[in-house]
Design a protein around this ligand. Structure first.
Ligand code: HEC
Length: 100
């Protein structure tokens, strides 16, 4: 999750400096390929809505990287980053990890 924040920062920096290569590396770092690193037992215990939002967030990171590598457009990346941040906020407001 802290990597998410690092990636967001990298994407933002890429937008600021109009530098797609930072955006590509940062997006990939939080893309779908990292899902397999999640512990299997943990994945099973997560609510479905949580997983959906989680997967769609990884997908958005991948899409940001892909679009920046194929046809870089600062405004487009900025819009994508905005909807990505919407996912972060949505999930944080809906779910909390707590001890029962
Ligand atoms: C699918 C749900 C979900 C999404 C999407 C999500 N988070 Fe989180 N995040 C959590 C949960 C659950 C915690 C644990 C803290 C809590 O219980 O409130 C957390 C904690 C964090 C923390 C604190 C980590 C720590 O080590 O203390 C950071 C930073 C963070 N999220 C950043 C982000 C960013 C940036 C995004 C969007 C790119 C994002 N998160 C998207 C569920 C999510």
């Amino acid at each position: 999750m802290r990597v998410f924040l690092e990636s967001v920062r990298g994407i933002q920096e890429g937008i600021l400096n109009k530098n797609p290569s930072i955006i590509i590396t940062s997006g990939k770092k939080s893309g779908g390929s990292v899902i397999e690193h999640a512990p299997k037992g943990m994945m099973k215990s997560l609510p479905i809505g949580f997983k959906k939002l989680g997967f769609s967030t990884h997908d958005l990171f991948d899409k940001i990287a892909k679009d920046a590598s194929e046809n870089f457009n600062v405004n487009h990346t900025q819009k994508q980053l905005n909807s990505l941040l919407g996912n972060c906020v949505a999930c944080h407001s809906m779910y909390k990890i707590g001890l029962k």
